[in-house]
Design a protein around this ligand. Sequence first.
Ligand code: DCP
Ligand code: MG
Ligand code: MG
Length: 587
Amino acid sequence: MMTASLSTPHRARDHKPYESQDRIILHFDYDCFYASVFENENPSLKSLPVGVKQKSILATCNYVARGKGVKKLMLISEAQKLCPDLVLVNGEDLTKFRDASKKLWGFLRSHSWNKRVERLGLDEVFMDVSDIISYNEQLLNPNSLAESFFQLSDQDPEKGFTFDATSLFGCTYPSQPSIQEETWGSPLYVRLLLSSHLAGYLRHKLEEDFGYTSTCGVSTNKTLAKLAGTKNKPKNQTTLMSLTGEVVQRFMDEHQIRKIPGMGFRTSHLVENHVLSRTSEAIPHDDEHSAKITTREVLEHPSMSSAVLEKVLGGPGTEHGIGLKVWNLLHGIDNAAVKEASDVPSQISIEDTYMSKPINTQAELLRELCSLSASLMRRMHVDLMDEDSTTESPESRKWLAHPKTLRLSTRTRSKLGTESQSRENFSRSSRSQPLPTFVFSLKEGPEMIAERLVNDAILPLFRRLHNERQGWNLALINICVTNMVLTGNEDGIGGGRDISVMFRTQDAKLKEFTVYDNSPQANPYVADASGLECMKQSPQEQSKQDSDIESVGWEEEDGYTHVCPLCGNTIPQFALPAHERFHALGE
Ligand code: DCP
Ligand code: MG
Ligand code: MG
């Protein structure tokens, strides 16, 4: 039973937090990103329903397919039933998505003045454009609004675009904002108006110059911008007209709390249970009633406050002040800064899964380690070396950063329980050591170095993880280099600036947009001290289908971590029902 009623609203209004609205944040999300990468490669796909396959699941599908009922993360078999002419393309190798993502981010970053342009996953970018907007606000001429010019550079007055400043570009929330006489002149209105035109221009360029359509949210913080963007998809943009506090609250009130970035699955679940006066254990994860709990219902719940939320959410192992953080989020308040991006990733890791044919012999192990190590070396050369010198001889290229630590992680598989209810148990463990400096040599090819790395460092790490000579039942091997130190900042041992510290702060911030499963039944994918782990596997792999899944620090897909108790795979929250059906159908 609901304990709050919409007809008798109760709100602790005096505790309503406040946030200044000085910033302007744009949030871009590319439309059906992986599918668009394939469409750009092969434009004839644009008119066909296209699904991007990763093992037995659709990572995404284009909007033609969506028009036929196909959805992201659907099982291929289910999608084919709905759309027999679905064109399937294989999206297991992430290289081209990563490259496209980097290119688009580079474009957006080239338009930033403060360089606060932050990627989230492969297809989302936050951009803090407060400085550009402030500058253009000063230039606006009230006497010729219809022929305004937006300056994209504070150095070159001719670099920019013309626009009509008598109206906003794109959609707004509310869709028809009641603009009072005085709001026309209000600085926030002018800033939002300018931002809507900047967002429109950048989206237009992303499409014209690179072939990617996108959806954009425009607002005064990251959470609001990200949520605003979801209002009109695809190929559109939405500006949140937060001219009064009521608009922001009304906007937040409508959202189911699970859909608010940063709430996380566990947090939403606990708050939902509190609102429904139910105990944690009683609620299945996909409970329909809890899924619909909105911000309004939470805030109208009797005696709701940040202190109550702290009680509901706090406890051992939780972040201090979580109650206040969630209280703020429910009011649309989010002080998190858009992070300045670095040219190098925080870590590079390469992994492979062996779900259906675990690794058990020395020969198999050596083969896999050499192949992973060679992929790692190739990736390091692409991501950590100076791009401008690629045409020159390999020896003249320069390292932009040196990772200092090598980490090997493995996951083993063992059966638990009786025959009739046997379940698989997965445990992940890692060992690290300093990365040998010979990996930076440019005299030998990556393959040679990879082999030496296996013999000199990876095998010894492996022996520290596993005593047995064989029969390990390895379901996953991950090799990672981390603790990046920018080369320009190295001055002798320990003298460099360890940018991993910066990234660790970034990762901590990223958590706000990441669903973590902190359940005590040891999520095998929970990140270790270095930050996020990227694990994306579809169920039921056949060993021949097992493919390298690379995760590169900042480019990881995040926010989708739920571990299936039956197969141990990481399943996105919204794909859980499909995944359960998959098991129910028999394996
Ligand atoms: N992705 C994935 N596995 C997930 C979630 C996402 O492989 N569990 C990949 C495929 C998507 C890309 O990340 O193309 C971006 O994710 P989005 O959720 O933004 O989905 P799309 O960009 O495909 O579609 P939309 O137009 O809804 O943004
Ligand atoms: Mg997208
Ligand atoms: Mg996205």
